[in-house]
Write a protein that binds this ligand. Structure first.
Ligand code: 7TS
Length: 415
């Protein structure tokens, strides 16, 4: 790295970042938009919007099928995005990158294909108490189909996995350990590499729900010891309807297909069919080609900003938010882990989260309220719902000030 690259990696020019997002200049109810719902979906920078439109304007055709020029160029663009995602996730081989609709589909693919081939009656699947429904329900379905048992590692009052308990729950029956990289409801950054080490010692594979991990820090699936890592394009500044599942090559090679159809076969006859090699074996039907191109552009853009700079900036705004929210009377933070990223979940004694969300919206401040598809987390903390401000690269201390001012308005109305 030369001196000027080191400078780029060290600091984030947040004004330039904000200027790259056209939507941030719009107003909501006559107030400037303060977007604090990036854990649900991030906004899109112009480079991603341009990559998608450019594809449709100049290159659009179906892939892997035609000898004609456009089909070849579209295939190159799609496969180029796969290579970009390989580099982004630190995978060794491009064949380890399967395009999906998103994290949900990635986890369902592992549960259906790897799970049904490798999990049987009496086996166990270990998850944690803080998982998103996408990392609970597919495993419950697998348990129903196979007679396996779902085991849940507890979390403490700060919203951290109790690691001694997790280690104690692992055993010879554990076939799969599935945890989130970062919790969408609590912001906890889980010690994934350590969990991977314990899972492997027990002979299990590690599945990481990377929906909230991929947008916030450099991911290295090999250093994490992830056997599978699922993420969503729309949470990392890319388009909706596209995501990636990383799977270790030897595991993917041995897994049966997930869905049958075009693109995933080598030969088809009525007597039987043979399948394409990975990753195509898992990509039945025409994929979201323009979405993949947009996702590749998003990954390249994020890598260009530099994850050191992104982490430093987001961590500054997260700590500032944590201390400013602590000033508000009657506010209780839900999720106070030592290692935390980009999520500020809270309840107020005087108002229901739904009312808070509605008043904040009137002030132009977009937060999410509800159970955040993590109902067991709400049960663990004894609340029906929380309000959640979640941050992206474009958020600033000024956005936190706007949130705090809008919450003061809530207190005026309800307290
Ligand atoms: N896992 C985690 C940790 C998530 O936060 C989400 C989405 C998913 C899986 C599912 O991702 P999808 O892209 O397949 O839908 N989380 C949220 C959220 O926090 N608010 O809206 C969606």
């Amino acid at each position: 790295m030369n001196a000027s690259e080191a400078k780029v990696a060290a600091t984030l020019d947040v004004d330039a970042v904000r200027a790259a997002f056209p939507i941030l200049s719009r107003e909501v109810h006559g107030k400037p938009l303060v977007y604090l719902d990036s854990a649900a979906s991030t906004q899109k920078p112009q480079v991603v919007i341009d990559a998608v439109s450019h594809f449709y304007e100049t290159t659009n055709a179906n892939i892997h099928r035609g000898v004609h020029r456009l089909s070849q160029e579209a295939t190159d663009a799609f496969e180029g995005a796969r290579e970009e995602m390989r580099a982004f996730l630190g995978a060794e081989q491009v064949e380890e990158i399967v395009f999906t609709r998103g994290t949900t589909e990635g986890i369902n693919l592992v549960a259906s294909s790897y799970g049904r081939a490798n999990v049987g009656t009496g086996d166990e699947i270990l998850i944690s108490h803080m998982e998103h429904h996408s990392n609970i329900v597919p495993w419950q379905m697998l348990c129903e189909q196979t007679g396996a048992k779902l085991v849940v590692a507890p979390i403490n009052d700060d919203g951290e996995i109790e690691m001694d308990a997790l280690a104690g729950l692992l055993g010879a029956r554990t076939k799969i350990v599935a945890v989130g990289h970062i919790s969408n409801a609590l912001g906890t950054i889980n010690p994934v590499a350590e969990i991977g080490r314990l899972a492997h010692q027990a002979g299990a594979v590690l599945v990481v729900d990377g929906a909230q991990g991929a947008p916030h820090g450099a991911v290295d699936v090999q250093a994490l010891g992830a056997d599978f890592y699922a993420c969503s394009g729309h949470k990392m500044y890319g388009p909706t309807g596209i995501g990636v599942l990383y799977g270790r090559r030897d595991l993917l090679d041995a897994m049966p297909p997930y869905q049958g159809g075009g693109e995933m076969i080598r030969t088809v006859s009525f007597e039987g069919s043979t399948y394409a090699p990975v990753p195509h074996k898992f990509e039945a039907g025409t994929p979201n080609i323009a979405g993949a191109v947009g996702l590749g552009a998003a990954a390249a853009w994020l890598r260009g900003l530099g994850f050191n700079a992104i982490e430093r900036h987001e961590s500054d705004v997260t700590s500032y938010g944590t201390s400013r929210l602590a000033e508000i009377k009657g506010l209780r933070m839900i999720g106070t882990a030592k290692h935390k990223a980009a999520v500020l979940g809270f309840v107020l004694d005087c108002a229901h989260p739904h009312d808070i969300g509605t008043i904040l919206d009137q002030e132009g401040v977009a937060v999410r309220t509800g159970h955040h598809c993590a109902q067991p987390v709400m049960d663990r903390f004894g609340v029906p719902a929380t309000s959640r401000a979640s941050l992206g690269v474009y958020n600033t201390r000024a956005d936190i000030d706007a949130l705090v001012a809008a919450l003061a308005r809530v207190r005026e109305l309800f307290a």
